[in-house]
Design a protein around this ligand. Sequence first.
Ligand SMILES: [Zn+2]
Length: 177
Amino acid sequence: MTTGFHSHVHTPFPVGPHTLYATASASLIYNPAVAKGYAPKELAFYLDIASWSRLRGAAPVSNAVEASCLPTLTDAQGSVVYVPWPDLGAIDLRFLQKLLGLVLKALGEGRTVEIGCIAAHGRTGSLLASLLVVVEGLGAAQAIQRVRGSYCPYAIESQSQRRMIHDLAGEGFDPCT
Ligand SMILES: [Zn+2]
């Protein structure tokens, strides 16, 4: 359901044979009626820890995954992965690859996967574009264009996010293009 141009609540986005769902915590925080009807999909990757853990009323807890290079956290309900990813920023390439592996493993198991951050634009859009790179083999510019064209024109918000997607695709990056 998309409740407006900037609002994302379970906005579907196809990647290869899969469909992921994107949700903005802000869409729930500023619209209590929408928040009331919201239920997370089977497995959610929340890329903004503070807003989502508050919405769920559950403090993230450490789990075994933290011992690897991806310091993800789950909460007591266990169906959520909280990923430390700074607003407007990028994450380390190895960290991104590990995160993509977790998302693809869940999709491969037939689980319904949701991705969310605050606006579901920068971090969420960057993860969707990254999935297009690894699943569909798109180049970085093509992946970004697809996400902006068929998901939201505000997706992928910063130079560092565009650079990260180019790095993932093994391409050079010119910030002025
Ligand atoms: Zn949007």
